[in-house]
Design a protein around this ligand. Structure first.
Ligand code: ZN
Length: 503
């Protein structure tokens, strides 16, 4: 997680970084990581254990087609999703995207013996700097606080943590290495303390988002600057004044542009070619177009992401969610009026690529559906060790058709309510793959979301332990204070950290 001041001595970067050595270290790290992941994520239903699995089809934004998904290495399916820029609480649209990608990763884990899921945290960005200037809160405090809030929100909505959650500020070395490679290859140039990507050097520029050069200029809200060779060239590195985060570089003290962060972190943890890149449809251009240009030019002959998935937008009562319309909700706003599982169910009720309309009526219907599923599980206890319901899995494998998958849940609930224990078992198993129905029915009907709350507290405690190990005591203290504000007190003892309610 972010440190208070990014430009400390141990994070300075020698202008002549030893690219080869660092790259081989990255590969070694990856191999170790992969081995570790394989040992923890093998699952009893995976194809190697004999269960028949349906083919997975995904809509690839790059080809604009539904395609059969074939991972480069089925023992390690590699997924990168653009994570949050940490300066504010995640809004419902963000949460929807991360929830859909959580279901994708859960499905991949069911289908394949190994998955590596990387979701970054952008903790250096002009929006963060602007927030600090407006609020007076130090940059490091904003990123630490909102980073912890993001992780707590993901836990409360039932999204599993990614395997790697890298922070941009911890990967400046990799960004500088990529920028040096781009300059050496004739794809970037330094000018007045900036380094810019030369769009004209990459013939495929625009192919991912399907834009013409004129669209590109209109869509990028191009900033005209005297140091640019071409109006469409975008920033890889820019100078940073002393009062803003900055790192030493061959081009002077500066900070990275947003796009290079994801190229660097995906390369660091997944290599130069990987299987799936996900993000919201608002990121397709310019962010993903630019990520792709940088990565393909830095690693000629590589594929970067082979499949691109883009999540649709979320509307509220049929209108675009916006602060000016007064219909802007964070997850915490909605958690104040509905249980997390009902919100999760509603977020999954539309297919990830479609627009999702969020409304109080939809939320009430989602709650009724979850009530019905728990009633079925309560009336007819699930048979032990059930197989994954076939039709349900086929629906999810059809480009994550969650509405069809949810229709299968209703069918299973009908049978379970009629006393079929196998259907009840199937309902529980299918719900689990969607991150739903994990509570005891009695807990749900008590109106509590005890298990979810406990999981969120456990996740926060784990994050605090990690922060202390990394000697990031400021962040550890923020997490403790955040929990205390929610009435949860931590007690550190010889056998670890326990918690209790304040009253
Ligand atoms: Zn990104």
């Amino acid at each position: 997680m972010p440190k208070g001041r990014p430009n400390t001595a141990n994070e300075r970067h020698a202008p002549s970084a030893d690219v080869g050595k660092l790259a081989s270290e990255a590969v070694l790290f990856l191999k170790k990581r992969t081995k570790k992941l394989l040992s923890v994520s093998s699952n009893p239903d995976s194809p190697q254990n004999g269960a028949a699995m349906p083919d997975l089809f995904l809509h690839n934004s790059q080809t604009r087609k539904r395609e059969l998904f074939v991972p480069a290495d089925p023992t390690n399916v590699r997924v990168y999703v653009c994570g949050p820029t940490v300066y504010d609480l995640p809004h419902l649209g963000n949460v929807r995207a991360f929830t859909n990608f959580d279901v994708l990763v859960r499905l991949l884990r069911h289908l394949y013996p190994g998955v590596t899921y990387v979701r970054n945290i952008t903790d250096v960005d002009d929006k963060i700097n602007a927030r600090a200037a407006a609020s007076g809160e130090p940059i490091g405090a904003i990123t630490a606080r909102t980073g912890a809030e993001f992780q707590a929100d993901m836990a409360s909505i039932g999204n599993l943590p990614p395997d790697v959650e890298p922070c941009a500020t911890a990967h400046i070395t990799e960004m500088i290495m990529l920028i040096e490679k781009l300059i050496a290859g004739g794809h970037a140039y330094a000018a007045e303390g900036h380094v810019l990507f030369a769009v004209a050097s990459f013939a495929q520029y625009g192919a991912l988002s399907g834009r013409t050069p004129d669209d590109l200029i209109a869509g990028a809200r191009i900033e005209v600057a005297p140091y640019k060779r071409d109006a469409g060239d975008f920033v890889l590195w820019k100078p940073s004044p002393p009062d803003l985060p900055g790192w030493d570089s061959p081009w002077g003290r500066g900070r990275p542009g947003w796009h290079i962060e994801c190229s660097a972190m995906s390369w660091r943890y997944l290599g130069d070619s990987f299987d799936i890149h996900g993000g919201g449809s608002d990121l397709l251009f310019p962010h993903h177009e630019n990520e792709r240009a940088q990565s393909l030019c830095a690693f000629p002959g590589s594929a970067f992401a082979r499949v691109w998935l883009h999540n649709g937008m979320l509307q509220v009562n049929g209108e675009k969610m916006s602060k000016s319309l007064g219909n802007f909700f964070t997850l915490r706003d909605v958690l104040a009026k509905a249980p997390a599982e009902a919100i999760r169910f509603l977020l999954l009720s539309a297919r990830y690529r479609s627009v999702l309309d969020f409304s109080d009526t939809g939320l009430a219907e989602a709650r009724d559906a979850i009530n019905r599923f728990y009633r079925a599980l309560q009336q007819t206890p699930p048979a032990p060790d059930p197989p994954m319901p076939e039709q349900f899995l086929t629906a999810l494998c059809d480009d994550l058709n969650t509405p069809a998958a949810i229709a299968e849940l209703h069918g299973l609930a009908n049978e379970a309510l009629a006393g079929d224990t196998a259907a009840s078992g199937g309902l529980k198993k299918a719900g689990d793959l969607l991150g739903l129905l994990h509570q005891a029915p009695a807990t749900w009907f008590r109106g509590g979301t005890d298990d979810t709350v406990d999981a969120a507290i456990d996740a926060a405690i784990a994050a605090r332990i990690a922060a202390r190990k990394a000697r990031d005591f400021a962040r550890a203290d923020t997490i403790r204070a955040d929990l205390a504000a929610q009435g949860v007190l931590l007690e550190d003892g010889p056998s670890g950290t326990t918690w209790r309610r304040a009253n």
